[in-house]
Ligand binder design. Structure first.
Ligand SMILES: [Zn+2]
Length: 417
């Protein structure tokens, strides 16, 4: 009797992986170039016509694509049958966990929004139930059959442990790491729908890359600066996560080894210098020493939230506010320069509340980055505010799920963490 050797299983696993990747590739090409023929797909992918036929057959069986009649041909031969994405046949749900609310949307195969919902004020201990309710409401509102959902994307503002799908820490939601079961509760409830949990900055960066810039500008990073500093890295049109899934922790890159303590346990991380709380802390200290100026007066009045007082003082060109913002710009430039030297990435996007500091801030960052970079490519580095602005995580999550429709979820759990 012939028995399978362990290597045969490896070969079968590899074949399956190749097939899943090819199905994803063909689906994405149809999505991009529709209507398109099998012949053109074979030409674009360099796969054999037989392989393309069998992949397309599977996509047709799963109702992800459809045939839409004959296309044009230059020769007198048979006109090819054209293929299109079967836009309303399958759907994805994309969710985002925020500090004050959970939001989500339902999207069709062309990433058009079908339904959108938010649930405000939730209890961290009940996050699992909150996300389940949000999904149920989205399914209800979209009036779709739950068997037609291909997956759920879940954007989280924190570092994820991919071994047990829990959150290690979050600078945005202080107690998020204390809820160890929300992912499991969500997967148990929707056991037949795969759930892709990812750091929110990765989804935001993916939206910026694929939707705002149509993937035309190559590799990019998006640095999101609010309460913390998040960062998503896009390399070769895909989210880059490194070996353990935590790549992109730019906020915890050391800029000043003698600097302030950071929540991560180290000193002088970028986050301790450029996050909104860090900027306000530095400005308050400087204003306290000077005891004068617009910011100092607004702080004494206590009429406005602290960030709003600071912004007003900055717009009024208060010296303390200006110095603080320019200092943050310089520190951010150090972080960007480190990232550029490490990854050779030319496109850097900046999003979050830091963008309120406008042209003066971004120009200072650009100028400083240019002064630090190698002459060879200094002019090529583009630092700009995000095109999409806020609220891109849900859209980016949906887009990412759709672009990776057949790809197996990367298994960080088996990499010896
Ligand atoms: Zn840190």
């Amino acid at each position: 009797m012939i028995t399978k050797q362990p290597n045969d299983y490896v070969k079968i696993a590899n074949q399956q992986l190749i097939k899943q990747n090819n199905l994803t590739l063909v689906f994405n090409l149809i999505n991009r170039y529709e209507p398109i023929s099998r012949v053109k797909l074979a030409r674009l992918t360099r796969l054999s016509p037989t392989t393309i036929s069998s992949l397309v057959e599977e996509l047709l069986e799963n109702e992800l694509v459809m045939e839409v009649g004959a296309g044009k041909t230059n020769s007198s031969g048979r006109k090819p049958i054209m293929l299109k994405v079967n836009q309303k046949s399958r759907f994805v749900i994309s969710l985002e966990v925020k500090k004050d609310k959970n939001s989500g949307g339902v999207y069709d195969l062309k990433c058009n929004e079908i339904a959108r919902k938010s649930i405000s004020e939730y209890d961290i201990a009940e996050l699992g139930n909150g996300l389940i309710s949000l999904c149920e409401e989205l399914i209800e509102e979209s009036k779709l059959n739950r068997n037609n959902f291909l997956g759920i994307a879940l954007g989280i503002p924190g570092i994820i442990n991919y071994r047990d799908y829990t959150v290690v820490s979050s600078t945005v939601i202080e107690k998020l790491h204390t809820n160890k079961t929300f992912y499991t509760e969500l997967s148990n409830r929707f056991s037949n729908i795969p759930i892709l949990m990812e750091n929110e900055s990765c989804f935001a960066a993916y939206a910026e890359h694929t939707i705002a810039r149509s993937g035309r500008e190559g590799d990019n990073i998006l640095i999101d600066i609010n309460e913390g500093v998040g960062c998503g890295i896009i390399i070769d049109d895909n989210i880059y996560k490194g070996a353990w899934g935590i790549a992109g922790e730019l906020g915890h890159m050391t800029i000043d080894m003698n600097g302030e303590h950071c929540e991560c346990g180290n000193r002088g991380c970028l986050e301790t210098l450029v996050s909104i709380p860090a900027i306000l802390k530095r400005a308050l200290k400087a204003a306290e020493e000077k005891k004068s100026g617009v910011f100092w007066e607004l702080v004494q009045k206590k009429d406005l939230p602290l960030f709003d007082s600071f912004l007003k003082a900055y717009e009024d060109k208060d010296p303390v506010a200006l110095e603080t913002v320019l200092h943050a710009a310089d520190c951010l430039a150090f972080g960007i320069n480190n990232a550029v030297n490490l990854l050779d990435i030319r496109q850097i996007g900046i999003s979050g509340r830091i963008t309120k500091f406008g042209k003066l801030f971004i120009d200072r960052v650009k100028q400083k980055v240019k002064s630090m970079s190698f002459d060879l490519y200094g002019d090529k580095i583009q630092v700009n505010y995000s095109v999409l602005g806020d609220d891109t995580v849900v859209l980016g999550g949906a887009r990412y799920l759709l672009d990776n429709i057949y790809r197996p979820k990367r298994d960080f759990a088996n990499q010896g963490i």
